[in-house]
Write a protein that binds this ligand. Structure first.
Ligand code: HEM
Length: 780
């Protein structure tokens, strides 16, 4: 091959390389499409909140999303503006932060948990050549030549979105409710029905019985349902428009809506263009016509009031005590008058008979738990699972009987000698238990009193206020400056010089050898020990400097990121984050995480606040230890004050140096300035408004200082600082006042003032984003 031939060959190779689709990289978000050879876990894209593929319009994204348990993740399609998940791959089988989504070179698309596959797209064995996140919210797997092999719109989970056809054979399944019951929406033989997924499904709503339907053509059989603007439209197999259900007023007619089958049994409608706000219209309209508005065999009336039915009211805890209806002796008791059951209008009777015949049918059928009998028709309905009863104020044409255990009778009624004999040991146990508790309390009070006395006498006494998180088990021991001075013989033997200061040799009275780093030149003018606060800084850095790993039991475990460790840490943190400390703790989170700047990827939630306590903006903040602990403590502070439960991811690394100065927004900024500052941190205007709602805690006059609610927004709208004087003129910071003067912020303020749930939801998401921004993780 001549010289030109070689150059041409090399040229072809480089062109080929350029045209080859690129394999996915950590931290990179792909637009529109990804190609084979792309794999990664939630950790790989953690700085993108786990979302690695975004649609061209940026409205929808595909990737990992956290669950209530911060260590568990789902692979989802999410609407970016409202953060509503519209499809998920692995409901019920969440994965850990290191489990991988794999789009292999072999064209297979799957999600793995360790070595096991928890989800794969069934493409009929065909090779996938591209995965596309479309602007409609549809995730599409394409084969050679662009043919569609699989699409999420054909495999919905609990959500339908505008322009997604729901057709015969498809199902929406809700998440399980606390009793593990799921609800199902499906089209069956021309009817669209909602059912409780008991062993034998029990329907509770059908399109034919929905009085709010607007009929376009009578008599047709439903084959397709599709959301379009503010209505849900139903068509027959030839796409003839049969009827529609309008769930919102016409002002929302052009919005992108989703219908979600919730674990409460309702279908609810949310407008994605309006931040995911709820239309308030629900299916079914009567809350008591759902399967379990109350627990099994409780009676639902009015707006979800639950009562024990009369027939069970004298049994302990209103229980039937029929564990398995096939074991033990049972009897049938009348449940009471005026009772109805949601499934009666939908299921055929088990038999036609009289009351005695119905009774013996249930009695002889060991899987029958309850029956309803209608004397006018002789219809007898047997049920092997039972949800809540409905109170029929107008009177019911049914009589209801429930099977109960005949030896589980209750207090007075079950009566006689048996009950007297049973209660004797219970009384003895209660008396002994009470005595043990009283003795325990007295002993603890005695210990506490002695400890307090000892602490007060001790020269090393440190006030409870200074002891912010350090009483966590496994936390480092605190030494006074004098202790360290004595241990190092007044810093006489210098071992070496490192970043921030010199290291001195020392020994504790018990002979333990130690090295002490004396910080120099950080914040304090001469010496880090010169003030009490800088001493706290030094002490909190001791675990790094000494290498006392055994001290860091919890901290080391925090890197493990598993559920048990997370619960342990939450528990420990909760012990010390009281309502009184909540505001300070939450503010600390912002001061550590708020230093993040996208440009240069600097700052963020890295625990560097321990090096920054001398800065004026941090005045009044207490010492803190590790980044993960601050993040978890902030979330606990919110929840202890009645706010949302926020899952926080563990496994973050701590900074060994302070972040750059001047990155936190100043309180004197106007709204454009605040927006700019938050934008530089990757936070939107909506997130600025949601996070500022943290000022509902503390002493700035937004309702109770200890209650996390939406009073911040309600009070902002009243602008009390404009009043002539008194305390009301002191309400809020200049930055809070600025928000309400800005049109874009004002829109969010009004939404959050109107809808506390929306505030909680958005605050939770923004908090997670805030504490993850700039964080470095153990496996990156
Ligand atoms: C928008 C920019 C923000 C500015 C300019 C700002 C500024 C301030 C200032 C100056 C204070 C002290 C008020 C005083 O007691 O005199 C304060 C308190 C507080 N900040 Fe912020 N902050 C901002 C955002 C945030 C965020 C995002 C959070 C948390 C997510 C937060 C949480 C708190 C809390 C809880 C307090 C009350 C502390 C207490 O009373 O002990 N702040 N903020």
């Amino acid at each position: 091959m001549g010289q030109w031939g070689l150059i041409r060959f090399m040229g072809c190779i480089s062109l080929f390389v350029l045209l080859l689709p690129e394999a996915c990289k950590a931290g990179v978000q792909y637009v529109g499409t990804i190609y084979p050879g792309c794999q990664g876990s939630q950790m790989t894209w953690i700085n993108l909140n786990g979302l690695f593929l975004i649609s061209n319009s940026s409205n929808f994204a595909f990737g990992f999303s956290t669950t209530q348990d911060a260590t568990q993740f789902m692979l989802v399609v999410v609407h970016t503006g409202s953060s509503k998940v519209i499809w998920s791959a692995n409901r019920g089988s969440p994965v850990s932060s290191s489990d991988k989504f794999i789009f292999g070179e072999d064209g297979k698309v799957s999600l793995q948990k360790g070595d096991a596959v928890v989800w794969t797209a069934d493409t009929g064995g065909k090779r996938v050549s591209a995965v596309e996140m479309q602007d409609s919210g549809n995730l599409v797997l394409l084969g050679n030549g662009g043919s569609v092999l699989w699409q999420s719109f054909r495999h919905p989970t609990d959500t339908l979105i505008s322009n997604q056809d729901f057709v015969d054979g498809m199902k929406l399944v809700s998440d399980p409710n606390p009793n593990k019951l799921t609800h199902i929406l499906e089209i069956k033989s021309g009817y669209m029905i909602l059912s409780a997924d008991f062993q034998t499904p029990q329907p509770y709503w059908s399109i034919q019985k929905e009085s709010r339907m607007i009929i376009n053509k009578d008599g047709g059989k439903v084959a397709v349902a599709s959301l379009s603007g503010n209505s849900w439209r139903f068509y027959d197999g030839n796409k003839v428009f049969l009827s529609q259900f309008i769930f919102s007023d016409s002002s929302d007619a052009n919005g992108t809506w989703i219908a979600v089958l919730g674990n409460d049994g309702f279908i609810s409608f949310y407008n994605l263009d309006d931040g995911g706000s709820d239309s308030q219209t629900k299916i079914p309209s009567d809350p008591c016509s759902r399967p379990e508005p109350c627990d099994a065999h409780y009676v639902c009336s009015g707006n979800n009031v639950c009562q024990c039915p009369l027939g069970l009211s004298n049994r302990p805890n209103c229980q039937t005590e029929v564990v398995s209806s096939c074991d033990g002796s049972t009897e049938l008791v009348s449940a009471g008058d005026r009772l109805n059951y949601f499934a009666l209008g939908f299921v055929p009777p088990s038999s036609r008979t009289d009351l005695e015949g119905c009774k013996s049918a249930c009695h002889d059928n060991c899987s029958c738990l309850a029956f309803f009998f209608q004397s006018s028709s002789g219809n007898c309905f047997l049920f092997s699972d039972i949800g809540s009863f409905q109170n029929s104020h107008a009177g019911s044409s049914f009589v209801a009987y429930i099977k109960v255990s005949s030896d589980g009778g209750s207090g007075s009624n079950a009566g006689g000698d048996g009950s007297g004999k049973k209660s004797f040991p219970i009384v003895v146990i209660i008396v002994i238990g009470t005595l043990i508790v009283i003795c325990g309390l007295l002993y603890m009070a005695f210990r506490y009193h002695r400890k307090k006395k000892k602490m007060l006498e001790s020269p090393h006494y440190i006030s409870e206020d200074d002891n912010f998180l350090e009483i966590l088990s496994g936390m480092p021991i605190r030494f006074s400056y004098r202790d360290l001075q004595t241990a190092t013989n007044n810093f006489s033997v210098k071992l070496g010089q490192g970043g921030f200061g010199s290291v001195y040799q020392g020994a504790l009275p018990d002979g333990t050898q130690l090295a002490v780093k004396k910080l120099e030149g950080i914040g304090a003018k001469d010496d880090c020990f010169s003030t009490r606060r800088s001493l706290l800084v030094c002490i909190s850095t001791l675990p790094f400097l000494f290498g006392f790993h055994e001290m860091e039991d919890l901290s080391a475990k925090a890197l493990q990121s598993d559920t048990n460790t997370y619960m342990l840490i939450k528990e420990e943190v909760r012990k010390v984050v009281s309502k009184g400390k909540a505001a300070g703790v939450l503010r600390l989170v912002f001061h550590d995480a708020g230093t993040f700047e996208m440009d240069g990827n600097s700052g963020g939630m890295n625990g560097s606040i321990v090096y920054e306590l001398e800065r004026p903006e941090n005045s009044g903040l207490k010492k803190s230890l590790k980044a993960y602990m601050i993040a978890v403590a902030g979330a606990e502070a919110v929840s202890v004050c009645g706010g949302p439960t926020i899952p926080v991811q563990l496994g973050r690394l701590d900074s060994l140096e302070p972040d750059a100065e001047g990155q936190l927004p100043q309180e004197s900024l106007d709204a454009p300035g605040l927006k700019q500052s938050f934008k530089r941190k990757g936070l939107s205007t909506q997130e600025l408004v949601a996070l500022s709602g943290a000022h509902t805690l503390g002493s700035k006059g937004f309702g109770s200082p200890f209650v996390f609610d939406n009073s911040y927004y309600k009070i902002l709208l009243e602008k009390p600082w404009k009043s002539s004087g008194g305390m009301s003129s002191m309400v809020g910071l200049p930055s809070d006042h600025a928000l309400v003067e800005d049109d874009e912020c004002l829109r969010w303020i009004k939404k959050y003032a109107d809808n506390q749930n929306m505030f909680f939801d958005d605050f939770k998401k923004a908090y997670i984003k805030l504490v993850n921004s700039g964080a470095r993780w153990k496996s990156l």
